[in-house]
Design a protein around this ligand. Structure first.
Ligand code: AMP
Length: 143
């Protein structure tokens, strides 16, 4: 199974923002959309960063509430690790685990086409395990 299978089910919409938007505005987007990260894009829609709730909490914890009025570019991660639709679920799980992050944008030919979170991956793996168990039960009972 690959990333395309997840996107086919959850959809390809991604919440994005510009690098000059304030950290407060980003926090409001995260809260409204009930998500954990926002992808930062430039005026050509190219991915230039990712900011997760952890980045905002870390900045608030170290620098205080003044950070809320600063542009998100001061707290985003610029070295964004992305994946492709053809990547397997196992490959992106391994990346998320070894690099310790929970979100991966899906990029095809420099275009942002989706986002996969660790929650999507876990949901998918559980569904897969249940299907395998069902198939095994049917196989045994057909015995
Ligand atoms: P997360 O676990 O996704 O909330 O993110 C933990 C840290 O990794 C934060 O500093 C994020 O900005 C960063 N991060 C999250 N996703 C990615 C990614 N795909 N590529 C690079 N950094 C990321």
């Amino acid at each position: 199974m690959n990333v395309a299978a997840i996107l086919n089910e959850k959809g390809r919409q991604v919440v994005t923002a510009g690098r000059k938007q304030t950290i407060l505005e980003i926090a409001q987007r995260l809260s409204e959309a009930k998500i954990g990260s926002v992808i930062i894009t430039d005026d050509k829609d190219a991915v230039v960063g990712i900011v997760s709730e952890r980045d905002i909490v870390r900045h608030l914890g170290t620098s205080g509430q003044d950070v809320l009025n600063r542009p998100v570019e001061t707290c985003m991660t610029t070295n964004v690790i992305s994946c492709q639709e053809s990547d397997t679920i196992e490959e992106i799980m391994a990346q998320m685990t070894s690099r310790r992050f929970r979100h991966m944008p899906v990029v095809e030919d420099n275009n942002l086409v989706g986002l996969v979170s660790i929650g999507d991956v876990v949901k998918f793996r559980i569904a897969e395990a249940e299907m395998e168990a069902d198939a095994m039960r049917q196989y045994i009972s057909a015995g």
